[in-house]
Structure formats: structure tokens, C-alpha cells
Design a protein around this ligand. Structure first.
Ligand code: HEC
Length: 191
């Protein structure tokens, strides 16, 4: 067993402590990089949409562009998306592992951890194929409150409600955990 496989075996055995303290498997830096790309492109699109269209137009653009940007950043092996414990778009709902990681991120932040450093990874076997999973925390920034904060402008709230009737992603304060980037990597071809 080479060093990498030994590490993956360790990750499989101890998925809950395979966190930022361990040396990451070799696919993690790429997952990190792609999360960063998605974040950068979303913020750029959002900033432009807000200045040109205002918040209500920004919501429309976000609805169309966010999934497109995520698809563009994803490759054939990597799939990059966003998730949260309370979501605006039900397509972004967390699965079991994602929810447990988000709860762990929240607990770490309650202990004073800087959300910028919170990440997690594990390797799962799905239908006999090994799948790498990576998550990175997304904190609420002050520019996010217009659409995810406490006092949403009534006109904007109406637009959000129309597009996302099941919206749960309001009431967040800056500095709280808003959600996470979530990356799935097909590892079956790399063995
Ligand atoms: C112009 C309004 C607007 C602003 C400002 C905004 N968002 Fe969103 N956000 C949305 C919309 C709309 C969605 C749903 C996108 C979709 O359909 O995938 C969303 C979805 C998300 C999601 C995915 C999980 C979910 O709830 O569906 C995260 C995470 C998120 N936003 C974080 C942020 C952060 C962090 C900021 C600040 C940097 C921010 N948002 C600013 C409108 C906004």
C-alpha cells in the first residue's frame, strides 16, 4: 500500500476526523481551487447584477446564472455546487454527509473558529465506485444581508417568494455560517 492509499484508507476508517488537521489526499487541492473559482465568479456576477439591476434583478440573475456558473466550473470528474442547512433553492438541499459537516462547521464557529479555514473531506464508495467529497464553509458577508438577512425589502421579498416559494435562506447575520461549497470527485478512474 503506497502512502496515498494508506491515507485514503485512514480517511475511510475515520471519515469524521478527516478534517483540515490531516494531510489531504491529492484531489483536495483541486477541489479547493474549484470551490474558490465558483465563489469568485458568483461574487463577480452578483456584484455586477446588483449594480445594474438592483436586488430584485439580482435575484433573477442569480437564479439563472448560479447553476450555470457551477456547471461551467465543474469538469468531467469534479462536480461543484453549494449547499446549506437552510436553503433558498431546494435543489441545493444538503444530503446526510453535507448536513453533518455543516453542523460540525457551526459547532466549530461557536467555539470561535474562523470560518475561512473550515473545510472537510472524505472518501465514500457508491455502487462500488470511490467518490471523494470536499466541503468549504461559506460565511455570511455584509453584502449578503440584502437577500439573506433579517429585514428584506418587501418588494424584493415578494420576488424571492415568487421564484423560491420554499425559501428558508433568510434571517442570517454577517459572520454566521450561510452554507458551504460542496465538491464531488469521481476517484474510480485514478486507481
Ligand atoms: C441579489 C440577491 C442575493 C444576494 C445579494 C446574495 N444571494 Fe445567495 N442566493 C440568492 C439566490 C436567488 C439563491 C438561489 C440560487 C439558486 O437557485 O441556486 C441564493 C443561494 C445561495 C446559496 C446556496 C444555498 C441555497 O440557499 O440555495 C448560498 C450558499 C448563498 N446564496 C450564499 C450567499 C452569500 C455568501 C452571499 C453574499 C456574498 C449571497 N448569497 C448574496 C440571492 C442572493
Amino acid at each position: 500500500m503506497n502512502a496515498r492509499n494508506a491515507m485514503l484508507a485512514a480517511t475511510l476508517l475515520f471519515p469524521l476526523i478527516a478534517c483540515s488537521d490531516d494531510t489531504p489526499p491529492d484531489w483536495v487541492p483541486e477541489a479547493r481551487q474549484q470551490s474558490g473559482q465558483l465563489g469568485k465568479q458568483l461574487v463577480a456576477t452578483l456584484t455586477e447584477a446588483l449594480s445594474e439591476e438592483g436586488p430584485a434583478g439580482g435575484v433573477q440573475i442569480c437564479k439563472v446564472e448560479a447553476p450555470k456558473i457551477a456547471a461551467r466550473v465543474s469538469g468531467s470528474r469534479f462536480e461543484v455546487a453549494r449547499t446549506a442547512l437552510r436553503v433558498r433553492n431546494p435543489d441545493n438541499a444538503a444530503d446526510g454527509w453535507e448536513a453533518s459537516v455543516l453542523r460540525r462547521f457551526k459547532a466549530r464557529m461557536a467555539e470561535g473558529a474562523d470560518p475561512a479555514g473550515l473545510e472537510a473531506w472524505e472518501v465514500e464508495t457508491v455502487d462500488g465506485n470511490r467518490v471523494g467529497r470536499y466541503m468549504k464553509a461559506i460565511p455570511m458577508g455584509s453584502q449578503c444581508v440584502v437577500c439573506h438577512g433579517e429585514n428584506i425589502n418587501p418588494e424584493l421579498a415578494e420576488t424571492i417568494d415568487k421564484l423560491y416559494p420554499q425559501d428558508e435562506a433568510t434571517g442570517f447575520a454577517p459572520g454566521e455560517l450561510r452554507g458551504a461549497f460542496t465538491v464531488t470527485v469521481d476517484l474510480s478512474a485514478s486507481d
